[in-house]
Design a binder for this molecule. Sequence first.
Ligand code: UD1
Length: 417
Amino acid sequence: MDKIIVEGGHPLNGQVTISGAKNAVLPVLAATLLTQGKCKVQAVPRVRDVTTMVRLVQELGAGVDCFEGDSVVLDTTGINNPIAPYDLVSTMRASCLVLGPLLARLGEAKVSLPGGCAIGARPIDLHIKGLEALGANIRLEEGYVHGIAKKLKGVRHTFDLVTVTGTMNVMMAAALAEGETVLNNAAREPEVSFLADILNHSGAKIKGAGTEKIVIQGVTSLAPIECRILPDRIEAATYMIAGAIANGDVEVLNCVPGHMEPIIDKLRQTGVTVDTRENSVRVKGNGLLSPVDITTEPYPGFATDVQAQFMTLMTLAGGQSRITETVFENRFMHVAELKRMGADISIEGHTATVRGVKQLSGAPVMATDLRASACLVLAGLVAERDTVVSRVYHIDRGYQDMEKKLSQLGAAIRRVK
Ligand code: UD1
């Protein structure tokens, strides 16, 4: 298994270009199942979750013409298989995004219960409830969610909790349902609005995406999808924090600052200089980091996917900060690893108290999930001596060319087999 070795203490300077958003391309690839014909998706990040989703739509009957550079061209005319098998779904929770599209397209879906990051129970009951409200008959059979829907019918539905992929799943199914669907307590993430825009471009009638109430007038068919994926706000935030922690001067190109406001605000509160332009952000360290409290929340709150990376930054602040996780119940697994590097952190319930230390020290550490793995690399950038991060397949699920991008900024980082 690959490992990443980071030699700490090298300044980070220069520019880094952000890839397309993993969390936007996965639902778009699932949405291609709603269409019949040649779809073209550009600015696709080369990460393992995308490869998994492409393999999944292929398994369901799509012909993948090419997966070259940053484009995927696929033909969804022949979608005929409603079964998303365990070996693909178990490696990536977002595979459950095919549930709604398959029900709408084929009237049947049999999708293995998902795996993915081990950050809590992460059930898909809210996806199921929403699809049942649209008229699907869903049962759990031998580890699979098996749904049948002769016809999906528009409905008023309120999500019990805000769920990002749950909102997307039900929105995609409703796009081809008969009549009007109103979704209340919908997720407002930019990736939800992006998906709605892409579907509307193909002929769907979706209004209100990006707010708590989404109204969908069902249509009978959608044209093949052609789009360019929006930049990854989580990857961008990770490199902004890299610049801040390394006391560097890093310009993050190809990002949407408006999608990262809470993170930019919190970074500024630490004393770091953050200058935003239309499509870029420049972060300059000022030598001293002030402690800042954060609480994760659904968008437009502070993203849970940046919690681990921000915690790493706070391990070196001049005082005590409190980090509260409200989205997932088990998302502090990186704490034990950061402590092995000399961080002073204690956890009580959903809150981690981080007391800043002068210096982290390199250690062998283990990535436990996608964003936790990024936080360990960030810690390695400034730790004394070498940090060896194992289980880096987590990084490969969601960060394109992380070692290359950090090396270009001046980090001493390499991958070993
Ligand atoms: C998406 C993102 C993930 C991010 C998360 C929260 C994608 C592909 N992944 O994941 O990177 O960390 O949003 O911003 O976009 N829940 C239930 N039942 C459900 C669904 C969710 O109880 O049926 C709970 C979850 O356990 C969690 C909370 O709701 O505690 C939010 O999860 P959700 O928004 O659904 O996360 P994902 O869509 O899986």
